[in-house]
Design a protein around this ligand. Structure first.
Ligand code: ARG
Length: 478
Protein backbone atom coordinates (compact mmCIF):
# COMPACT_ATOMS: atom_id res chain seq x y z
CA UNK A 1 0.00 0.00 0.00
CA UNK A 2 1.20 3.50 -0.82
CA UNK A 3 1.14 4.87 2.67
CA UNK A 4 4.38 6.78 3.04
CA UNK A 5 5.00 10.22 1.63
CA UNK A 6 7.99 9.06 -0.41
CA UNK A 7 6.71 5.69 -1.62
CA UNK A 8 7.45 6.01 -5.35
CA UNK A 9 11.11 5.20 -4.76
CA UNK A 10 10.54 2.17 -2.57
CA UNK A 11 10.07 -1.37 -3.77
CA UNK A 12 9.01 -3.09 -0.56
CA UNK A 13 6.92 -2.14 2.46
CA UNK A 14 8.29 -1.86 5.97
CA UNK A 15 7.70 -4.73 8.34
CA UNK A 16 5.29 -3.93 11.11
CA UNK A 17 8.10 -4.00 13.64
CA UNK A 18 10.22 -1.51 11.70
CA UNK A 19 7.17 0.67 11.26
CA UNK A 20 6.56 0.73 14.99
CA UNK A 21 10.25 1.23 15.65
CA UNK A 22 10.53 4.28 13.43
CA UNK A 23 7.15 5.83 14.15
CA UNK A 24 6.74 8.62 16.66
CA UNK A 25 3.10 9.52 16.21
CA UNK A 26 2.06 7.96 19.49
CA UNK A 27 4.13 10.41 21.44
CA UNK A 28 4.73 13.36 19.14
CA UNK A 29 1.01 13.88 18.48
CA UNK A 30 0.99 16.12 21.49
CA UNK A 31 2.82 18.64 19.26
CA UNK A 32 -0.27 18.94 17.04
CA UNK A 33 -1.21 22.47 18.06
CA UNK A 34 2.29 23.78 17.46
CA UNK A 35 2.42 21.89 14.16
CA UNK A 36 -0.78 23.56 12.94
CA UNK A 37 0.33 26.93 14.26
CA UNK A 38 3.64 26.59 12.38
CA UNK A 39 1.92 25.44 9.18
CA UNK A 40 -0.51 28.35 9.27
CA UNK A 41 2.33 30.85 9.65
CA UNK A 42 4.30 29.20 6.84
CA UNK A 43 1.32 29.06 4.46
CA UNK A 44 0.30 32.65 5.18
CA UNK A 45 3.82 33.74 4.23
CA UNK A 46 3.87 31.55 1.09
CA UNK A 47 0.71 33.31 -0.05
CA UNK A 48 2.02 36.78 0.85
CA UNK A 49 5.14 36.04 -1.21
CA UNK A 50 3.06 34.83 -4.15
CA UNK A 51 4.48 31.31 -3.87
CA UNK A 52 1.00 29.84 -3.42
CA UNK A 53 -2.32 31.43 -4.41
CA UNK A 54 -4.76 33.21 -2.14
CA UNK A 55 -7.18 30.38 -2.82
CA UNK A 56 -4.61 27.78 -1.66
CA UNK A 57 -4.05 29.77 1.53
CA UNK A 58 -7.80 29.92 2.17
CA UNK A 59 -8.11 26.17 1.59
CA UNK A 60 -5.16 25.36 3.83
CA UNK A 61 -6.59 27.53 6.60
CA UNK A 62 -9.99 25.90 6.35
CA UNK A 63 -8.46 22.41 6.29
CA UNK A 64 -6.18 23.00 9.26
CA UNK A 65 -9.03 24.49 11.29
CA UNK A 66 -11.11 21.41 10.55
CA UNK A 67 -8.19 19.17 11.61
CA UNK A 68 -7.74 21.09 14.86
CA UNK A 69 -11.42 20.54 15.55
CA UNK A 70 -11.13 16.83 14.80
CA UNK A 71 -8.14 16.41 17.09
CA UNK A 72 -9.77 18.37 19.89
CA UNK A 73 -12.94 16.32 19.72
CA UNK A 74 -11.07 13.03 19.43
CA UNK A 75 -12.36 12.13 15.97
CA UNK A 76 -9.02 12.52 14.17
CA UNK A 77 -7.69 9.18 13.05
CA UNK A 78 -3.99 8.89 13.88
CA UNK A 79 -2.19 6.42 11.63
CA UNK A 80 0.97 4.60 12.60
CA UNK A 81 1.77 4.09 8.92
CA UNK A 82 2.03 7.86 8.56
CA UNK A 83 4.90 7.82 11.06
CA UNK A 84 4.64 11.13 12.87
CA UNK A 85 2.38 14.03 13.75
CA UNK A 86 3.57 16.07 10.77
CA UNK A 87 2.76 13.50 8.08
CA UNK A 88 -0.54 12.60 9.76
CA UNK A 89 -1.75 16.17 9.67
CA UNK A 90 -0.47 16.84 6.16
CA UNK A 91 -2.09 13.70 4.76
CA UNK A 92 -5.43 14.59 6.32
CA UNK A 93 -5.13 18.14 4.99
CA UNK A 94 -4.68 16.85 1.45
CA UNK A 95 -7.65 14.55 1.95
CA UNK A 96 -9.72 17.55 2.99
CA UNK A 97 -8.60 20.26 0.57
CA UNK A 98 -6.76 18.48 -2.26
CA UNK A 99 -3.87 20.14 -4.09
CA UNK A 100 -3.61 23.11 -1.73
CA UNK A 101 -2.69 20.60 0.97
CA UNK A 102 0.08 19.25 -1.23
CA UNK A 103 1.46 22.78 -1.67
CA UNK A 104 1.80 23.46 2.06
CA UNK A 105 5.20 21.75 2.27
CA UNK A 106 6.73 24.07 -0.39
CA UNK A 107 10.07 25.39 0.84
CA UNK A 108 9.82 23.34 4.03
CA UNK A 109 11.17 20.05 5.33
CA UNK A 110 10.11 18.03 8.32
CA UNK A 111 13.55 18.87 9.66
CA UNK A 112 12.88 22.58 10.11
CA UNK A 113 9.23 21.82 10.81
CA UNK A 114 9.87 19.56 13.79
CA UNK A 115 12.51 21.88 15.24
CA UNK A 116 9.98 24.72 15.04
CA UNK A 117 7.18 22.66 16.56
CA UNK A 118 9.24 21.57 19.53
CA UNK A 119 10.37 25.14 20.17
CA UNK A 120 6.83 26.53 20.00
CA UNK A 121 5.51 23.80 22.26
CA UNK A 122 8.33 24.19 24.77
CA UNK A 123 8.01 27.98 24.84
CA UNK A 124 4.40 27.70 25.99
CA UNK A 125 5.24 25.05 28.56
CA UNK A 126 8.00 27.26 29.94
CA UNK A 127 5.47 30.06 30.43
CA UNK A 128 3.28 27.72 32.49
CA UNK A 129 6.25 26.50 34.51
CA UNK A 130 7.43 30.02 35.28
CA UNK A 131 3.97 30.83 36.64
CA UNK A 132 4.12 27.75 38.86
CA UNK A 133 7.61 28.65 40.05
CA UNK A 134 6.26 32.01 41.13
CA UNK A 135 3.29 30.43 42.86
CA UNK A 136 5.57 28.16 44.82
CA UNK A 137 7.76 31.07 45.86
CA UNK A 138 4.65 32.95 46.95
CA UNK A 139 3.48 29.95 48.99
CA UNK A 140 6.84 29.79 50.78
CA UNK A 141 6.77 33.54 51.37
CA UNK A 142 3.30 33.27 52.91
CA UNK A 143 4.44 30.63 55.39
CA UNK A 144 7.65 32.56 56.08
CA UNK A 145 5.60 35.67 56.82
CA UNK A 146 4.07 33.97 59.85
CA UNK A 147 7.35 32.61 61.15
CA UNK A 148 9.89 35.39 61.29
CA UNK A 149 10.16 34.88 65.07
CA UNK A 150 9.88 31.10 64.99
CA UNK A 151 13.27 29.67 65.86
CA UNK A 152 14.68 26.33 64.82
CA UNK A 153 18.20 24.98 64.91
CA UNK A 154 20.22 25.69 61.81
CA UNK A 155 22.40 22.72 60.89
CA UNK A 156 25.72 22.07 59.29
CA UNK A 157 26.62 18.41 58.76
CA UNK A 158 23.09 17.84 60.10
CA UNK A 159 24.51 18.73 63.52
CA UNK A 160 22.93 21.59 65.44
CA UNK A 161 24.92 24.70 64.52
CA UNK A 162 23.25 28.06 65.25
CA UNK A 163 19.63 29.07 65.76
CA UNK A 164 17.87 30.54 62.75
CA UNK A 165 14.48 31.98 61.97
CA UNK A 166 12.13 29.56 60.19
CA UNK A 167 11.28 32.37 57.77
CA UNK A 168 14.97 32.72 56.97
CA UNK A 169 15.21 28.99 56.33
CA UNK A 170 12.21 29.02 53.99
CA UNK A 171 13.44 32.10 52.17
CA UNK A 172 16.62 30.19 51.30
CA UNK A 173 14.40 28.07 49.03
CA UNK A 174 12.74 31.17 47.65
CA UNK A 175 16.18 32.41 46.59
CA UNK A 176 16.89 29.12 44.82
CA UNK A 177 13.54 29.20 43.05
CA UNK A 178 14.04 32.84 42.07
CA UNK A 179 17.27 31.88 40.32
CA UNK A 180 15.44 28.97 38.72
CA UNK A 181 12.84 31.38 37.39
CA UNK A 182 15.57 33.61 35.99
CA UNK A 183 17.25 30.63 34.36
CA UNK A 184 14.00 29.48 32.75
CA UNK A 185 13.43 32.93 31.28
CA UNK A 186 16.93 32.91 29.82
CA UNK A 187 16.35 29.49 28.32
CA UNK A 188 13.07 30.77 26.88
CA UNK A 189 14.90 33.49 24.95
CA UNK A 190 17.00 30.90 23.16
CA UNK A 191 14.08 28.51 22.65
CA UNK A 192 12.07 31.28 21.01
CA UNK A 193 13.99 31.35 17.70
CA UNK A 194 12.75 30.26 14.30
CA UNK A 195 14.25 27.30 12.38
CA UNK A 196 11.62 27.39 9.58
CA UNK A 197 13.17 28.48 6.32
CA UNK A 198 16.19 26.25 6.88
CA UNK A 199 14.35 23.48 5.03
CA UNK A 200 16.13 20.11 5.08
CA UNK A 201 19.60 21.47 5.89
CA UNK A 202 20.84 24.02 3.36
CA UNK A 203 18.06 26.58 3.10
CA UNK A 204 15.66 26.74 0.18
CA UNK A 205 15.35 28.14 -3.33
CA UNK A 206 11.98 29.84 -2.69
CA UNK A 207 11.89 33.52 -1.72
CA UNK A 208 10.67 32.89 1.83
CA UNK A 209 10.12 35.76 4.23
CA UNK A 210 11.43 34.20 7.39
CA UNK A 211 11.06 37.35 9.49
CA UNK A 212 7.37 37.45 8.68
CA UNK A 213 6.91 33.87 9.91
CA UNK A 214 8.87 34.65 13.08
CA UNK A 215 6.63 37.64 13.79
CA UNK A 216 3.48 35.63 13.19
CA UNK A 217 4.70 33.01 15.65
CA UNK A 218 5.72 35.55 18.27
CA UNK A 219 9.39 34.60 17.88
CA UNK A 220 10.54 38.14 18.60
CA UNK A 221 12.71 39.76 21.25
CA UNK A 222 11.71 42.45 23.76
CA UNK A 223 11.90 45.11 21.04
CA UNK A 224 9.76 43.08 18.66
CA UNK A 225 12.71 42.10 16.43
CA UNK A 226 12.20 38.71 14.75
CA UNK A 227 14.50 36.00 16.11
CA UNK A 228 15.80 33.64 13.41
CA UNK A 229 18.16 30.71 13.59
CA UNK A 230 20.88 32.02 11.29
CA UNK A 231 22.57 28.84 10.17
CA UNK A 232 20.38 26.28 8.46
CA UNK A 233 22.57 23.30 9.37
CA UNK A 234 22.58 24.28 13.02
CA UNK A 235 18.87 25.15 13.02
CA UNK A 236 17.67 21.70 11.96
CA UNK A 237 20.11 19.63 13.95
CA UNK A 238 21.02 21.01 17.35
CA UNK A 239 18.80 20.35 20.33
CA UNK A 240 20.81 22.37 22.80
CA UNK A 241 17.69 24.39 23.63
CA UNK A 242 15.99 21.21 24.84
CA UNK A 243 19.10 20.20 26.74
CA UNK A 244 19.47 23.49 28.54
CA UNK A 245 15.78 23.46 29.38
CA UNK A 246 16.19 19.99 30.88
CA UNK A 247 19.28 21.16 32.77
CA UNK A 248 17.30 24.06 34.25
CA UNK A 249 14.46 21.67 35.04
CA UNK A 250 16.92 19.29 36.73
CA UNK A 251 18.15 22.09 38.96
CA UNK A 252 14.60 22.96 39.96
CA UNK A 253 13.99 19.32 40.82
CA UNK A 254 17.24 19.22 42.79
CA UNK A 255 16.08 22.23 44.80
CA UNK A 256 12.70 20.65 45.41
CA UNK A 257 14.45 17.44 46.34
CA UNK A 258 16.48 19.24 49.02
CA UNK A 259 13.30 20.78 50.38
CA UNK A 260 11.65 17.37 50.29
CA UNK A 261 14.46 15.81 52.27
CA UNK A 262 13.96 18.45 54.96
CA UNK A 263 10.20 18.01 55.04
CA UNK A 264 10.71 14.27 55.43
CA UNK A 265 13.18 14.75 58.28
CA UNK A 266 11.07 17.44 59.92
CA UNK A 267 7.98 15.30 60.02
CA UNK A 268 9.75 12.27 61.44
CA UNK A 269 9.04 11.54 65.12
CA UNK A 270 12.62 12.44 66.02
CA UNK A 271 12.10 16.02 64.86
CA UNK A 272 8.35 16.55 65.02
CA UNK A 273 8.76 20.04 63.53
CA UNK A 274 5.94 19.97 61.00
CA UNK A 275 2.87 18.18 59.79
CA UNK A 276 1.74 17.82 56.20
CA UNK A 277 -1.96 17.69 55.41
CA UNK A 278 -3.21 14.11 55.33
CA UNK A 279 -3.90 14.26 51.62
CA UNK A 280 -0.18 14.42 50.90
CA UNK A 281 0.65 11.39 53.03
CA UNK A 282 -0.30 7.73 53.02
CA UNK A 283 -0.70 5.06 55.65
CA UNK A 284 0.99 1.71 55.94
CA UNK A 285 -0.75 -1.54 55.07
CA UNK A 286 0.75 -3.18 58.16
CA UNK A 287 1.71 -0.49 60.72
CA UNK A 288 -1.43 1.30 61.89
CA UNK A 289 0.41 4.27 63.40
CA UNK A 290 2.13 5.41 60.18
CA UNK A 291 1.67 8.52 58.11
CA UNK A 292 4.31 8.47 55.44
CA UNK A 293 5.51 11.54 53.52
CA UNK A 294 4.98 9.93 50.13
CA UNK A 295 4.72 13.16 48.15
CA UNK A 296 8.09 14.62 49.15
CA UNK A 297 9.66 11.17 48.86
CA UNK A 298 8.36 10.80 45.32
CA UNK A 299 9.53 14.29 44.43
CA UNK A 300 13.00 13.31 45.65
CA UNK A 301 12.76 10.11 43.60
CA UNK A 302 11.46 11.81 40.47
CA UNK A 303 14.45 14.14 40.59
CA UNK A 304 16.50 11.13 39.52
CA UNK A 305 14.19 10.63 36.61
CA UNK A 306 14.58 14.20 35.35
CA UNK A 307 18.36 14.18 35.81
CA UNK A 308 18.27 10.92 33.82
CA UNK A 309 16.46 12.69 30.98
CA UNK A 310 19.19 15.33 30.94
CA UNK A 311 21.80 12.59 30.56
CA UNK A 312 19.71 10.95 27.83
CA UNK A 313 19.52 14.17 25.81
CA UNK A 314 23.20 14.99 26.20
CA UNK A 315 24.12 11.48 25.12
CA UNK A 316 21.65 11.63 22.23
CA UNK A 317 23.40 14.70 20.84
CA UNK A 318 27.03 13.91 21.38
CA UNK A 319 27.83 11.70 18.40
CA UNK A 320 25.69 13.32 15.73
CA UNK A 321 27.34 14.69 12.61
CA UNK A 322 25.70 17.69 10.93
CA UNK A 323 22.92 18.05 10.07
CA UNK A 324 19.61 16.34 10.97
CA UNK A 325 19.69 12.68 11.99
CA UNK A 326 16.75 10.58 13.02
CA UNK A 327 18.37 10.20 16.43
CA UNK A 328 16.70 13.50 17.20
CA UNK A 329 13.28 11.92 17.18
CA UNK A 330 14.37 10.47 20.53
CA UNK A 331 14.48 13.95 22.05
CA UNK A 332 10.73 14.01 22.59
CA UNK A 333 9.92 11.48 25.26
CA UNK A 334 12.59 12.71 27.70
CA UNK A 335 11.58 16.30 27.06
CA UNK A 336 7.85 15.62 27.43
CA UNK A 337 8.34 13.61 30.58
CA UNK A 338 10.59 16.31 32.04
CA UNK A 339 7.85 18.89 31.51
CA UNK A 340 5.13 16.63 32.91
CA UNK A 341 7.11 15.63 35.96
CA UNK A 342 8.19 19.16 36.76
CA UNK A 343 4.73 20.61 36.22
CA UNK A 344 3.01 18.05 38.45
CA UNK A 345 5.67 18.38 41.13
CA UNK A 346 5.38 22.17 41.24
CA UNK A 347 1.58 22.07 41.32
CA UNK A 348 1.51 19.65 44.21
CA UNK A 349 4.14 21.57 46.17
CA UNK A 350 2.23 24.84 45.78
CA UNK A 351 -0.71 23.24 47.59
CA UNK A 352 1.29 21.17 50.04
CA UNK A 353 3.27 24.18 51.27
CA UNK A 354 0.78 27.02 50.93
CA UNK A 355 -2.53 25.22 51.20
CA UNK A 356 -5.35 25.18 48.72
CA UNK A 357 -7.46 28.28 48.32
CA UNK A 358 -11.19 28.05 48.63
CA UNK A 359 -12.42 30.37 45.86
CA UNK A 360 -15.58 31.19 47.83
CA UNK A 361 -13.97 32.29 51.10
CA UNK A 362 -10.42 33.06 49.93
CA UNK A 363 -9.21 30.96 52.87
CA UNK A 364 -6.35 28.54 52.46
CA UNK A 365 -6.44 25.13 54.07
CA UNK A 366 -4.08 22.24 54.29
CA UNK A 367 -0.69 23.94 54.04
CA UNK A 368 2.33 23.19 56.15
CA UNK A 369 1.60 23.04 59.91
CA UNK A 370 4.50 24.19 62.06
CA UNK A 371 5.18 23.03 65.62
CA UNK A 372 6.99 26.07 67.03
CA UNK A 373 7.53 24.52 70.45
CA UNK A 374 9.29 21.47 69.01
CA UNK A 375 11.52 23.65 66.84
CA UNK A 376 12.50 25.89 69.72
CA UNK A 377 13.09 22.96 72.06
CA UNK A 378 15.44 21.47 69.46
CA UNK A 379 17.22 24.80 69.10
CA UNK A 380 17.79 24.86 72.86
CA UNK A 381 19.50 21.48 72.69
CA UNK A 382 22.86 21.07 71.04
CA UNK A 383 24.45 24.32 72.29
CA UNK A 384 23.32 26.35 69.31
CA UNK A 385 24.35 29.58 71.05
CA UNK A 386 27.95 28.54 71.75
CA UNK A 387 29.21 30.84 68.97
CA UNK A 388 27.31 33.69 70.61
CA UNK A 389 29.22 33.14 73.84
CA UNK A 390 32.50 33.16 71.93
CA UNK A 391 31.49 36.38 70.13
CA UNK A 392 30.56 37.87 73.54
CA UNK A 393 34.08 37.18 74.84
CA UNK A 394 35.64 38.64 71.69
CA UNK A 395 33.70 41.84 72.34
CA UNK A 396 35.33 41.89 75.82
CA UNK A 397 38.74 41.83 74.08
CA UNK A 398 39.46 38.08 74.13
CA UNK A 399 41.11 36.88 70.87
CA UNK A 400 38.63 34.75 68.90
CA UNK A 401 40.71 31.53 69.00
CA UNK A 402 41.03 31.75 72.80
CA UNK A 403 37.33 32.48 73.13
CA UNK A 404 36.60 29.40 70.99
CA UNK A 405 38.67 27.22 73.38
CA UNK A 406 37.06 28.72 76.47
CA UNK A 407 33.54 28.09 75.20
CA UNK A 408 34.41 24.53 74.18
CA UNK A 409 35.35 23.87 77.82
CA UNK A 410 32.08 25.43 79.03
CA UNK A 411 30.07 23.30 76.58
CA UNK A 412 31.85 20.24 77.87
CA UNK A 413 30.89 21.00 81.46
CA UNK A 414 27.30 21.79 80.51
CA UNK A 415 26.95 18.58 78.55
CA UNK A 416 28.39 16.54 81.41
CA UNK A 417 25.66 18.03 83.56
CA UNK A 418 23.04 17.64 80.86
CA UNK A 419 22.13 21.34 80.85
CA UNK A 420 22.22 24.21 78.36
CA UNK A 421 24.88 26.94 78.53
CA UNK A 422 22.19 29.38 79.64
CA UNK A 423 21.44 27.10 82.61
CA UNK A 424 24.95 27.35 84.05
CA UNK A 425 24.97 29.86 86.93
CA UNK A 426 26.99 33.05 86.47
CA UNK A 427 29.74 32.13 88.97
CA UNK A 428 30.36 28.88 87.11
CA UNK A 429 30.54 30.64 83.74
CA UNK A 430 32.93 33.16 85.28
CA UNK A 431 35.31 30.32 86.17
CA UNK A 432 35.86 29.94 82.42
CA UNK A 433 36.52 33.63 81.96
CA UNK A 434 36.40 36.57 84.37
CA UNK A 435 35.18 38.91 81.62
CA UNK A 436 31.77 37.19 81.63
CA UNK A 437 29.07 39.37 83.21
CA UNK A 438 25.34 38.99 83.95
CA UNK A 439 24.47 40.37 80.50
CA UNK A 440 25.82 37.13 79.00
CA UNK A 441 22.37 35.56 79.39
CA UNK A 442 21.01 37.94 76.75
CA UNK A 443 23.33 36.53 74.10
CA UNK A 444 22.72 32.96 75.26
CA UNK A 445 18.99 33.28 74.62
CA UNK A 446 17.66 32.17 71.23
CA UNK A 447 16.03 35.51 70.30
CA UNK A 448 19.22 37.32 71.40
CA UNK A 449 21.32 35.06 69.19
CA UNK A 450 19.05 35.70 66.20
CA UNK A 451 18.85 39.46 66.66
CA UNK A 452 22.66 39.70 66.78
CA UNK A 453 23.07 38.31 63.24
CA UNK A 454 22.00 41.46 61.49
CA UNK A 455 24.39 41.51 58.54
CA UNK A 456 22.70 41.82 55.16
CA UNK A 457 21.32 38.37 54.37
CA UNK A 458 21.60 37.26 58.02
CA UNK A 459 18.90 35.68 60.16
CA UNK A 460 18.08 38.68 62.41
CA UNK A 461 14.31 39.29 62.26
CA UNK A 462 14.85 42.84 60.97
CA UNK A 463 16.90 41.48 58.06
CA UNK A 464 14.45 38.69 57.36
CA UNK A 465 11.58 41.19 57.29
CA UNK A 466 13.35 43.31 54.73
CA UNK A 467 14.05 40.26 52.54
CA UNK A 468 10.42 39.22 52.89
CA UNK A 469 9.37 42.64 51.75
CA UNK A 470 11.61 42.40 48.68
CA UNK A 471 10.18 39.01 47.74
CA UNK A 472 6.61 40.16 48.27
CA UNK A 473 7.19 43.04 45.87
CA UNK A 474 8.92 40.81 43.34
CA UNK A 475 6.07 38.33 43.49
CA UNK A 476 3.25 40.84 43.53
CA UNK A 477 0.16 39.35 41.99
CA UNK A 478 0.81 35.93 43.44
N1 ARG B 1 9.56 12.68 13.51
C1 ARG B 1 10.76 13.31 13.13
C2 ARG B 1 11.47 13.85 14.40
O1 ARG B 1 10.87 13.86 15.39
C3 ARG B 1 10.49 14.43 12.20
C4 ARG B 1 11.63 14.80 11.32
C5 ARG B 1 11.88 13.71 10.36
N2 ARG B 1 12.81 14.09 9.35
C6 ARG B 1 13.36 13.20 8.60
N3 ARG B 1 14.18 13.61 7.72
N4 ARG B 1 13.16 11.93 8.75
O2 ARG B 1 12.62 14.25 14.38
Amino acid sequence: AKSQAWSALFTEPMSELVQRYTASVFFDRRLWKADIQGSLAHAEMLAAQGIISAQDWADIQRGLQQIAHEIETGTFEWKLALEDVHLNIEARLTQLVGDAGKRLHTGRSRNDQVATDVRLWLRDEIDGLVTLLRELQAALVRVADEHVETILPGYTHLQVAQPVSLAHHLLAYVEMLARDEERMLEVRRRVNRLPLGSAALAGTTYPLDRARVARTLGMVDERGEPQLCLNSLDAVSDRDFAIEFTAAASLIMVHISRLSEELILWMSQNFGFIRLADRFTTGSSIMPQKKNPDVPELARGKTGRVVGHLMALLTLMKGQPLAYNKDNQEDKEPLFDTVDTLRDTLRIFVDMIGGERDPATGQRTGGLTVNRAAMEAAARKGYATATDLADYLVKQGVPFRDAHETVAAAVRLASERGVDLSELPLHELQRFHPAIGADVYDVLSLPGSLAARATVGGTAPAQVRSQLQRHRQRLAGW
